[in-house]
Structure formats: C-alpha cells, structure tokens
Design a binder for this molecule. Structure first.
Ligand SMILES: [Zn+2]
Length: 354
C-alpha cells in the first residue's frame, strides 16, 4: 500500500514490507536465515540466537567495528535482530546485499529505514546504508518485551514519532505562511497517531503494539525524506555525545522528546496557539515521557546539559537560538514540579503554566 507520505521521487528502490508472525523469536530468525547469513544482534538476544548462523553481537555502531566485520566478509546476506543499534549495524554491513530486520522493541522510528546512525570517532553520523527487504516482527516477542513497564519502550517510540511536530514547526519557522492546519497538512502521520493514542489504553495491548509498529515503519520508510529532522534530533546527538546517560533510561526517543516540547512551546508562543503543544503534552503524560525538571533528572538530564549541548551544535540551530535569547523557555516547558498551577487559556484549547 503506498504511503500517504511517499512521493515517487523520494523513495528509491523497493519499499520494505512490514510483516508480523505468531512464531517466537528463535523460529522467526531461523526461518529468515540461510547458510550464508550474517546475524547481527544485541547482547540481549545472544543466548537465544547466536547458534543459528554466523553471528556478531553489537553494543554500538562504531565505524571501525563495522569496517572490521564487512572486510572479514564470509556472508552474502544479513539478518539484524533487536533494537536500533543492532538494526543500524546490520544495515551498514548489508550494503549491496539482501537484508531482513527483526525489530524486538518499538523504541525508535528506525525499523525500515535505509539509513544507519554510525559513530565515527566522537561523532554520530546518519548515513544511507541499506533498506531492509522485509521487517518481520514476532508478536509474542513484542508483547513480552513491552510488558516490562520499567523500560516502557513504546514511550520512546512515541517520543521519536512525535518529533515530526517539532521538525514541521522548525521547517516552517521562518516561512511566511499561515500556521492554520500546519500540522494536519505536513505532519499527517503524527496527527493520526496522536488522535489514535488519545482513546487507546496504555500500556498498549497487542493490537496497539501492531498499530504503533505500522506508524514507526511508515515513518521510517519515508518520513525523514519528506520531513527533515530538526533541532530536537541535533540536541539528542549532542547530549548523547557529551554525557554518558544510561542507555536504557535516557533512550533515543525520550531524549528527542525534550527538544520536541521546547520547539513546540516556542512555536505556540510565537503564534499564540497552544493547542498542539498541550495535545502533545497530554500524550506525553499518558505514555510517561518527561514533562518536568524531576522527570528530566530521573533520566540523568539537567537543564545546563541542554543549554551546553545546544551550544556545541555546528551551524545555526533554532533551539540554541531560542535558549540563548530566552533561557526561561526551559522552565516554562519543564517546571520544577509536576504540580504547577495550570490555567485555561481563553484563546485556545490549550492550557498555560503559571
Ligand atoms: Zn529519531
């Protein structure tokens, strides 16, 4: 089914298929593997899978390590299993080959992307690598991994998905066009996910997880071709580079959601229309994304980290510009306590922190 996001000139090559199976992870990976398969996985799945085929276990997407594996060769296709690091690594090792990915958590918009985020020295760079032919999800595995609410992987997935609102706001920051319906026009997939999630029980059940997987798949195939990533992702990379946050707590999507809220708040103030900002805030509260200083601190993120990280970004950056001219934006978005007084704003359906 063609995506409502796709324009013919934006998607090169065959679009990846997203498939679901009732099989467990081991059977799923076994069925996808052939004698010339290289299996790329994270440590978490090593015990269950590493005897199936020639395997590499990864913790990072270090370019030197990727180079070592690809130069070693000995494989003709790749199956990458796990979270985004394993999938990114697998995509990078599969250039010019058949690739299948088996995502085990929905924490990221990278499921079926043709790009990998690769660490080159101290810097993480997003590079075009390999689009998977198929993304295969084992439903029992997905359910099991999302039952652990201490990890709350899907919150991270939503944090990444809803970054589309900040990217659209930023892309239109200097544009001389009316903001009416901006998000409905340019962030369709985000609007659809936001509306759906409003009435969806959380934590997500199996049906909800399948729907989230479809959103993340669709966004990962074409999303970033039509919506450029914005300051929220630049802030993520700068934070990740500068501070050693625990990866399981300060996940990609959770860190990205910080910049999303800051940009959206600034956009709302600029156009005195807080409806999208508070819709997103309401959804963040539902799924457990950070909304206050204590929430940030629980992830190990402190306000000065955000300002310092913004300053290290190369080139003009909207977030840095906003925080330099108006540092209190940070406190308006992340108040010192969750119990700040909120008052109704007569001019919009949103609410304003006092
Ligand atoms: Zn992302």
């Amino acid at each position: 089914m063609p995506s409502r996001f796709a324009r013919q000139d934006e998607v090169s090559g065959p679009v990846s298929k997203l498939l679901f199976t009732e099989q467990d992870l081991r059977s799923t990976v076994t069925d996808l593997s052939t004698p010339d398969t290289l299996l790329v996985m994270d440590e978490y799945n090593r015990a269950a899978l590493e005897d199936i085929a020639t395997s590499v276990v990864v913790e990072d997407t270090d370019a030197i390590e990727i180079e070592r594996v690809t130069r070693g060769g000995g494989y003709g296709r790749v199956v990458a299993v796990g979270g985004c690091t394993a999938l990114d690594f697998g995509r990078a090792c599969a250039r010019g080959m058949d690739l299948a990915v088996v995502p085990t958590i929905l924490s990221h918009c990278c499921i079926s992307s043709n790009r990998s985020v690769i660490r080159r020295g101290d810097v993480y760079v997003s590079e075009v690598t390999t689009a998977p032919r198929v993304a295969m999800i084992s439903l029992p595995t997905l359910e099991k991994n999302h039952a652990d609410m201490s990890k709350n992987w899907s919150a991270s997935g939503f944090g990444d998905l809803f970054s589309i609102f900040a990217a659209v706001a930023e892309a239109n920051w200097y544009a001389d066009k009316p903001p009416q319906d901006l998000f409905r026009r340019e962030a369709t997939i985000g609007e659809e996910a936001l509306t759906w999630l409003e009435s969806e029980p959380y934590p997500l059940d199996r049906t909800g997880l399948v729907r989230l997987a479809r959103f993340l798949h669709e966004f990962s195939v074409v999303g970033h071709n039509s919506i450029p990533v914005g300051s929220e992702h630049a802030l993520y990379y700068a934070l990740r580079q500068k501070y050693a946050y625990p990866r399981m707590v300060a996940t990609h999507g959770k860190l990205v959601s910080i910049g999303t809220l800051l940009i959206l708040r600034a956009w709302s103030e600029r156009y005195t229309d807080f409806s999208m900002y508070y819709n997103v805030r309401h959804t963040f509260a539902k799924v457990g994304l950070p909304l206050s200083l204590p929430d940030l601190e629980r992830m190990g993120v402190f306000p000065d980290h955000i300002c310092t990280a913004c300053r290290t970004l190369a080139g003009p950056n909207l977030l840095d510009q906003l925080l330099r001219t108006d540092p209190s934006l940070l406190t308006r978005v992340f108040p010192p306590s969750q119990n700040e007084t909120a008052v109704e704003l007569p001019i919009s359906s949103g609410r304003l922190w006092k």
